[in-house]
Structures are given as C-alpha cells and as structure tokens.
Design a protein around this ligand. Structure first.
Ligand code: ZN
Ligand code: ZN
Length: 167
C-alpha cells in the first residue's frame, strides 16, 4: 500500500534501500533490507527529519509537529520519475574522496561532497554526533532538481537523520 505524508498528502517514496545482509552493511545490524521512505516534498523544507529503524530494516519517520500546513509541490509526473529510479549500490569500491568535487555522485559511506558546510547531526536519542551514511543529489533522482539529501546514522539507537542542503 502506498503511504502518504501526514503533513502535505504527497506520496512517500523509498529514497534508499540498503541490504543489511550485505557484509559491507553488517555494522547496521539489520537482518533484512533497510528501506528509508520519505516525503519528497516536505524533506526539502524541514531542517532535520529523524527516522527510526528496527532490526528487520523497517523504518518510520519519528512524528514531528509541522509549524504550518505544507503545500504539496510534487506533481504526479515528479513522483513517477522518482519511483522509476532503481538505485543500487555499485559493486566496486571507490576511493574515500570519490565524491569530492562531483555533484552528481550518490555516496554511501566515506565522505560526501557537501553543498554547504559539513554538517553532522546530533542523535535525538543519545545526543552523540551521528555518522555520515549517504548523500543523494536530487538531480540523480529527478532531472532538474537542486540540492542534495544527506542521511546520517546512529547505529546505537537505530536512528537516522535526513536533511537537505542547497546552494
Ligand atoms: Zn509531505
Ligand atoms: Zn543515538
């Protein structure tokens, strides 16, 4: 069943899937596929979105109060295009600084190419600094979009933080 955002009504999209059984992601301690669903509309307006995941890989956005009714700027066509992406992890390892300087590279692990200043979120549960997990340039998901979505993680609490940067 398709989920819809409680704030703007936009359809949620799976922005990232990581196979926890893949040994490269064994540190996640997820016994399944970690699937991160977000609202593609709200995510760009909200400073930080926290997501909790369980040991099977199921994830849920931690409910938050939106200060105002969000308008949905995502069209059906946008959603189709984003859902048409089947992004999978490259089987080849790349150097740690592979993403630096390129703005079209989807990064998992290592160091991302920051659009603005490097930003490390604080875990909403344990107050530790979160670790970088992934960077997804929106343009790789949908032609002509701007900015990059960053995903950071606290494996102790099984918490993710998602935020958007744009020039
Ligand atoms: Zn929304
Ligand atoms: Zn934590």
């Amino acid at each position: 069943m398709k989920q819809h955002c409680p704030h703007c009504g936009c359809q949620m999209i799976d922005v990232l899937r990581l196979d926890g059984l893949d040994e490269r992601f064994s540190y996640l301690e997820v016994d399944g596929v970690l699937t991160i669903s977000i609202c593609p509309n709200c995510i760009t307006f909200i400073e930080e979105t926290f997501v909790r995941y369980d040991e099977t890989g199921r994830s849920e956005i931690i409910p938050y109060e939106a200060s105002l009714e969000m308008e949905n700027y995502c069209s059906e066509a946008d959603l189709l295009e984003m859902n048409g992406n089947q992004l999978t992890l490259s089987a080849e390892a790349v150097p740690m600084h592979y993403a630096s300087g390129g703005d079209e590279v989807i990064t998992i692990g290592g160091l991302p190419d920051w659009v603005q200043d490097a930003e490390f979120a604080t875990c909403s549960d344990c107050d530790q600094t979160m670790k970088f997990l992934a960077a997804l340039p929106w343009n790789a998901l949908m032609d002509g979009s701007e900015g990059t979505l960053y995903i950071e993680i606290c494996t102790d609490c099984r918490t993710l933080c998602l935020f958007h940067q744009q020039t």
